[in-house]
Structures are given as structure tokens and as C-alpha cells.
Design a protein around this ligand. Structure first.
Ligand SMILES: N[C@@H](CCC(=O)N[C@@H](CS)C(=O)NCC(=O)O)C(=O)O
Length: 232
């Protein structure tokens, strides 16, 4: 069946981006067909500049002719538009929903910034600080997981929710940081529940096909650094 123009879904992205992975996981969970439009962040397309004129960042979801920007907002948009397909990404209960949004925001405040430093900085002092910040944030998230999951596999309980997607999108990069620093940011002794969670998250079909292999990211990082093509 042909999809009407106003229902067409496109996603502007780039494969190494954890933020783009979030949108892809949500689309997969809901079984939404979409066209993937890879962008070159050193030569941004007219479509990207027009669709996200404020930040000029990927991902951008284009639904019909309407652009939606910012990965967590995109995930929530997908959950609401395709509410009747697949599992709910946002909890139904207003309090649980507020808590999920709190921890998803925490991931962007406390995991994303040190991850950027570890991925791209060459400054030893900044790298050392980022390592500590990332370790502290992961410990805090272990505690949050114990409370939110209530003994189940995911932050969302039996199915993945906004927090699972927001944090899970960083799993491949966390592996990269382990490879390059020798530190296990998810650690069987210090964060045993998150180690189990990561295993479960990676095995969810919607995420499995999206999360890049860490080795491929390590190569990408090497190439990008050598070529001076370093971005956020
Ligand atoms: N807060 C944004 C972050 C998105 C972001 O940082 N995207 C990066 C790719 S990982 C980007 O587009 N970088 C291009 C640039 O910095 O010019 C979101 O959640 O969508």
C-alpha cells in the first residue's frame, strides 16, 4: 500500500550518533517505515539546515513536511503519533512519566557531555575529569535502575521506555571508552544491575539492528581525529 505524502517519515541522521540511534530505536519499536537520509556534518544538506535552522543538528524526523528536532522530543513524538502500535515508550501514569523524563534528562546532562570529551578531546586533564564524571553518573544510574525497574529487566519494567532508549543509545560508545581507556564504565562489581540491563537492551530487536559495533566506532573515531573531522 502506498503511504500518503503527509504520512511519509524521513530521518536525517549519521550512523555514529547515539542521538540518531534513539529515533531509530523508537521507530523500530513502533514498526514505523521510514526513509533514512544520512547527512554529512561537515557539509550539511540544505534539508538539514532548513529543517533544524536553530541547532543544525541531527537527528531530525520529518513527518510529512513537518520537521521535529531534538532526540528525546522525537522519541516522545513517535510514541504519541503511533500510540496504538507497539509498546508505549512513555509510562501512562503521570508520576512514572515525570520520573522517566527526569532520568532521561539526567542522561543528557551527565552522560552526554563527558562522553563527548572522551570521544574527541586530546587534553589529558579534560579526559581525566570526564572519566570521573562518567563513572559518577553511571553509579547514580545504577541506583535509579534499581528503583525504576522494580526487579524487572528494563527501566520501563518489562518493556523499554524513554530512559532505556536515552541511555541505551550510548552503549556502543561506552564500549569504545572501555577500549580506549581500559576502564569498565559498566562494571560487574560496581554496577551489576546495569551490566545485566545492557545485555537485555542490546538483545531487544529494535535496538540490536541500530547500535553500531564498538570496533567500527573505534575505527571511525581514529579516522575522524586524523582527518580533523571532529564533531559533537
Ligand atoms: N541535543 C541533541 C544533540 C544532537 C547532536 O549533538 N547531534 C550531533 C551528532 S551526534 C550533530 O548533529 N553534530 C553536528 C554539529 O555539531 O555540527 C539531540 O538530543 O538531538
Amino acid at each position: 500500500m502506498r503511504i500518503a505524502k503527509e504520512d511519509e517519515v524521513k530521518l536525517i541522521g549519521r550512523w555514529p550518533s547515539p542521538f540518531v540511534a534513539r529515533a531509530m530505536i523508537a521507530l523500530n519499536l513502533k514498526g514505523v517505515e521510514y526513509e533514512y537520509l544520512p547527512d554529512d556534518l561537515f557539509n550539511k544538506s540544505e534539508l538539514l539546515l532548513k529543517s533544524n535552522p536553530v541547532y543544525k543538528l541531527v537527528p531530525v524526523l520529518i513527518h510529512g513536511d513537518k520537521p521535529v528536532c531534538e532526540s528525546r522530543i522525537i522519541v516522545e513524538y513517535i510514541d504519541q503519533v503511533w500510540a496504538s502500535s507497539g509498546p508505549s515508550i512513555l509510562p501512562a501514569d503521570p508520576y512514572d512519566r515525570a520520573i522517566a523524563r527526569f532520568w532521561a534528562a539526567y542522561v543528557d546532562d551527565k552522560i552526554a557531555p563527558p562522553s563527548r570529551v572522551l570521544a574527541w578531546s586530546k587534553d589529558e586533564k579534560s579526559i581525566a575529569e570526564a572519566r570521573e564524571k562518567l563513572l559518577a553518573a553511571v553509579l547514580q544510574l545504577e541506583e535509579a535502575f534499581v528503583k525504576c525497574s522494580k526487579g524487572k529487566s528494563f527501566f520501563g519494567g518489562d518493556t523499554i521506555n524513554l530512559v532505556d532508549i536515552t541511555l541505551g543509545s550510548f552503549l556502543s560508545w561506552l564500549k569504545v571508552f572501555e577500549i580506549i581507556t581500559g576502564i569498565n564504565f559498566l562494571d560487574k562489581t560496581k554496577t551489576p544491575r546495569l551490566v545485566e540491563w545492557a545485555e537485555c537492551f542490546r538483545s531487544v530487536d529494535a535496538a540490536k539492528e541500530v547500535l553500531p559495533e564498538a570496533e567500527k566506532l573505534v575505527e571511525f573515531r581514529k579516522f575522524a581525529q586524523a582527518a580533523g573531522r571532529v564533531t559533537g
